[in-house]
Design a protein around this ligand. Structure first.
Ligand SMILES: NC(=O)c1ccc[n+]([C@@H]2O[C@H](COP(=O)([O-])OP(=O)(O)OC[C@H]3O[C@@H](n4cnc5c(N)ncnc54)[C@H](OP(=O)(O)O)[C@@H]3O)[C@@H](O)[C@H]2O)c1
Length: 332
C-alpha cells in the first residue's frame, strides 16, 4: 500500500476526539470519514479534524469504499453490533475496549474477522505505550527475577448519574468493564491466565459495579491484587514484585510516562513519555498491520482479547454482573 491508511471513526464522543487529534500526528494515516447519529455533530467533527466525509449513519460509513480501517468509539454494549457491521463490509476494525461485553460476543467477532480474513483488534492503547515496551524488556531480561505478585488499581470518583455510560447498565456501565479491564490487562500481560479468581464488589442501584476487588492465583503460585472503582480517587498505579526487585508503573499506570525499577537498594527512574494523547502509538502499529495486510496485531492478538474477556466473564459471574445482549446477538 503506497498511499496513506484511510481511517473512519464511528461514534463521535470523548475518546473519538482524542483519537482523531492523534491521527493528525501520523504521517502514514489520514482521517477519511466520520459517522455520528447526528449529521450536525458529524460535520463539525469532520471539519475540526479535516475528514473528507461526514455521515449521519454508521452503515453508510462502513460502506464507504475509500476507508481502510474503522475505529469504533461507541459505548461498550454497541461494540459488538458496530464491529460486526464493519466486518461484514470487509472493513478492518480497531474497536475500543472491551471488545464485547461477554465471551460469546468476542468469539463471534473474532470468528467473523477470521472467516473474512479481515483485521480486527481491541484498542488497548496501553500495550503500545513506550513505558510498556520497557517493562516487557526488563521482564524478558529477568531483571526482577521470578514474579511473585502484581498489584494494580484504577479508581476515580465518577458522578453517579444513572443515565451516564459509567452507571447505566443498558450502556454497559460498571467499573469492571470500563477501568477494571486495565489492571486485569496488566495481570494477563505479565502472568497469563489465572487458575483461581476471588472477587468482592459493591453494586449500584442501577445493578452495575461501582467497586470491584479481585484476587488472582496462578499455577506457579504468583498472585495478583487488582481493584477498580468509581467511588474514590485511588493512586492508579501498577506494581510488579519479583524475587530480585520490583517495577512501579506510575500514575496513571495504564498510560504511564514514568516507571521505576527497584533493585539492589537502587531506584532507577525511566522517563518514557508517550506522544500526543497517547493513542498515536497504537495508531501507528495498526497502520503497519493494515499496510502489511495483517489480520491481527502481534502485540495484541485476538487470542489475548479472548482470554481477557474470559477472565472478565469469570469476575462478572462471581459479582452477579450481567448485560442483556439479546438484541445485539440477534442482529449479528
Ligand atoms: N482507550 C481509552 O483510553 C478510552 C478512554 C475512554 C473511553 N474509552 C472507550 O471508548 C468507548 C466510548 O467512550 P467515550 O468516553 O468516548 O463515550 P462517550 O463520550 O459517551 O461517546 C460515545 C459515543 O458513542 C455514540 N453512541 C452511539 N449510540 C449511543 C447511545 N445509545 N448512547 C450514547 N452514545 C452512543 C455517540 O456518538 P454519536 O452521537 O456521534 O453517534 C457517543 O458520542 C467506551 O467503550 C470506552 O471503554 C477508551
Amino acid at each position: 500500500m503506497s498511499q496513506k491508511v484511510r481511517w473512519g471513526i464511528i461514534g463521535l464522543g470523548k475518546i473519538a476526539h482524542k483519537f482523531a487529534a492523534d491521527l493528525q500526528l501520523s504521517d502514514t494515516a489520514m482521517l477519511h470519514g466520520v459517522a455520528s447519529r447526528s449529521m450536525e455533530k458529524a460535520i463539525a467533527f469532520a471539519k475540526r479534524y479535516k475528514a473528507q466525509k461526514a455521515y449521519n449513519s454508521y452503515e453508510a460509513l462502513a460502506q464507504d469504499p475509500e476507508i481502510d480501517v474503522i475505529y469504533i468509539a461507541t459505548p461498550h454494549v454497541f461494540h459488538f453490533e458496530n464491529t460486526m457491521l464493519c466486518l461484514k463490509q470487509n472493513k478492518a476494525v480497531l474497536c475500543e475496549k472491551p471488545l464485547g461485553v461477554n465471551s460469546t460476543q468476542v468469539q463471534t467477532m473474532i470468528a467473523e474477522a477470521q472467516a473474512r480474513n479481515v483485521f480486527l483488534m481491541e484498542a488497548i492503547w496501553t500495550r503500545f505505550m513506550p513505558s510498556y515496551q520497557k517493562v516487557l524488556k526488563l521482564l524478558q531480561e529477568e531483571t526482577i527475577g521470578e514474579i511473585i505478585s502484581i498489584r494494580a488499581d484504577f479508581g476515580f470518583l465518577g458522578e453517579p448519574n444513572p443515565e451516564s455510560r459509567l452507571f447505566n447498565k443498558k450502556l454497559g456501565g460498571g467499573s469492571l468493564l470500563d477501568i477494571g479491564i486495565y489492571p486485569i490487562f496488566l495481570s494477563l500481560l505479565v502472568l497469563g491466565m489465572p487458575s483461581e479468581i476471588k472477587t468482592m464488589a459493591r453494586m449500584t442501584p442501577t445493578e452495575v459495579d461501582s467497586f470491584c476487588a479481585m484476587l488472582f492465583d496462578y499455577k506457579n503460585g504468583a498472585k495478583a491484587i487488582l481493584e477498580s472503582t468509581f467511588e474514590v480517587d485511588t493512586p492508579t498505579e501498577g506494581y510488579i514484585f519479583g524475587s530480585k526487585g520490583s517495577i512501579k508503573l506510575h500514575r496513571r499506570f495504564h498510560h504511564a510516562n514514568t516507571i521505576t525499577l527497584f533493585k539492589d537498594d537502587v531506584e532507577t527512574v525511566f522517563e518514557l513519555p508517550h506522544s500526543g494523547n497517547g493513542y498515536i502509538h497504537e495508531i501507528e502499529d495498526v497502520n503497519g498491520c493494515i499496510r502489511n495486510g495483517e489480520t491481527e496485531n502481534s502485540k495484541l492478538p485476538l487470542a489475548f482479547s479472548a482470554q481477557l474477556m474470559t477472565i472478565i466473564d469469570r469476575v462478572k459471574a462471581q459479582i452477579g454482573l450481567n448485560y442483556d445482549t439479546t438484541t445485539s446477538i440477534q442482529k449479528k
